[in-house]
Design a binder for this molecule. Structure first.
Ligand code: KIV
Ligand code: ZN
Length: 388
């Protein structure tokens, strides 16, 4: 049987770290319910110790969600971990995600801690967390820019203390796909107890490669969890986008060979909800969830799609929650698409000559107007009959 790829959604935690994307408890709860309908495996509901508001949001989500694991982020210290555990109490399934930076830059300039201090802090924190929750995830922040030998020591230590998911972040989006995939593969080889944990990747999109890097982490590195957000929401240029990574794994199952638990028909509703809630508009040409993702404007493409959809479609719009694909009528459209739209609108033109004349008027209008709506077509056909 194919391995399962775990989808860990962090829209409500890392996504919310996007400037201007902060959400209320009720908004977060509504999105968490949609993520549950989407059947994500893990919902990172927030960072319980960061504020009372986030604590309450994590708590409300932990109480409400039954089918996904609910997770809270916590820095590697007892106070943060205790707050996370408290907020998660009563959840059907819960996880504590604890992290500490391991790159020289972060340890020296940000934490002002030595390697040995960081190693000890990671060890003690995972041990503490393990006594409060059965499911512990550990992230070495800025992991991709960390010294691999030191990183391997930290990871071996936290696995020995009971961490069951090891998540490698590319915190600043510095990775490129092949190098990132190889980094994960070699790191797993360096850690003697690596097979006691699920390996995960968490990629940021500063160079526009978060999805490609995550997929390389899976394919080349052997990771079996991807951390991602709806619409790629997240700090700076955002995180790996859930809809893209899920549809890549599903559409190219021949290449990835992995199972997913996701109900893809809930992707577009989730995208819309997150966009409406945060006010972050989805760009029209965004893969999978953009308004043009399944729209065909050129005559050659429209003709092809009307004859056989897979001529120009690798996924079905309906499979990700759109009601249908979209033939956009404009100056590049051909007679076939025009005729099809007339039929859909219930307009009956008796002869070929009538259709040709209407088509000519449509083309003239399309030269003046970027997009032709159904009302325009009805109007031009009515003009046509009035002229006769
Ligand atoms: O980007 C990052 O390093 C993070 C960690 C807290 C996992 O979000
Ligand atoms: Zn992050």
């Amino acid at each position: 049987m194919a391995d399962k790829l775990i989808i860990f959604d962090t829209t409500l935690r890392d996504g919310e770290q996007s400037p201007g994307a902060s959400m209320t408890k009720d908004e977060k709860l509504r999105i968490a319910r949609q993520l549950e309908r989407l059947r994500v495996d893990v919902i990172e509901a927030g960072f319980a110790a960061s504020s009372n508001g986030d604590f309450e949001a994590v708590r409300a989500i932990a109480q409400a969600i039954k089918d996904s694991t609910v997770c809270s982020l916590a820095r590697a210290n007892d106070r943060d971990i205790s707050r996370a555990a408290e907020a998660l109490q009563g959840a059907a399934s819960s996880r504590i995600h604890t992290f500490i930076a391991t790159s020289e830059l972060h340890m020296e300039k940000k934490l002002r801690m030595s390697r040995e201090q960081v190693l000890e802090q990671a060890r003690l924190s995972v041990r503490f967390a393990r006594n409060l929750c059965g499911d512990i995830e550990f992230s070495p922040e800025d992991g991709y820019r960390s010294d691999p030998d030191f990183l391997a020591r930290v990871i071996e230590t936290v696995i020995a203390q009971g961490a069951r998911t090891i998540n490698i972040p590319d915190t600043v989006g510095y990775a490129v796909p092949e190098l990132f995939g190889e980094f994960i593969r070699k790191l797993r080889e360096r850690v003697p107890n690596s097979d006691q944990a699920v390996w995960s990747v968490h990629c940021h999109n500063d160079l526009g490669m978060a999805v490609a890097n995550s997929l390389a982490g899976v394919k080349l590195g052997g990771a079996r969890q991807i951390e991602c957000t709806i619409n790629g929401l997240g700090e700076r240029a955002g995180n790996c986008s859930l809809e893209e990574v899920v549809m890549a794994v599903r559409t190219r199952r021949d290449y990835f060979g992995l199972e997913l638990g996701i109900d893809t028909s809930q992707i577009v509703p989730a995208s819309r909800l997150v966009s409406q809630t945060t006010g972050f508009v989805v760009q029209p040409n965004k893969a999978v969830v953009g308004a043009n993702a399944f729209a065909h404007a050129s005559g050659i493409h429209q003709d092809g799609v009307l004859k056989a959809r897979d001529t120009y479609e690798i996924m079905r719009a309906e499979d990700v929650g759109w009601s249908a694909n979209k033939i956009v009528l404009g100056k590049l459209s051909g007679r076939n698409a025009f005729r099809q739209r007339l039929q859909e609108l219930g307009v009956v033109l008796e002869s070929e000559a009538e259709i040709n004349a209407a088509f000519q008027r449509f083309k003239d209008l399309a030269d003046r107007k970027a997009e032709i709506f159904d009302e325009d077509i009805i109007a031009l056909v009515m003009e046509e009959s009035a002229d006769q």
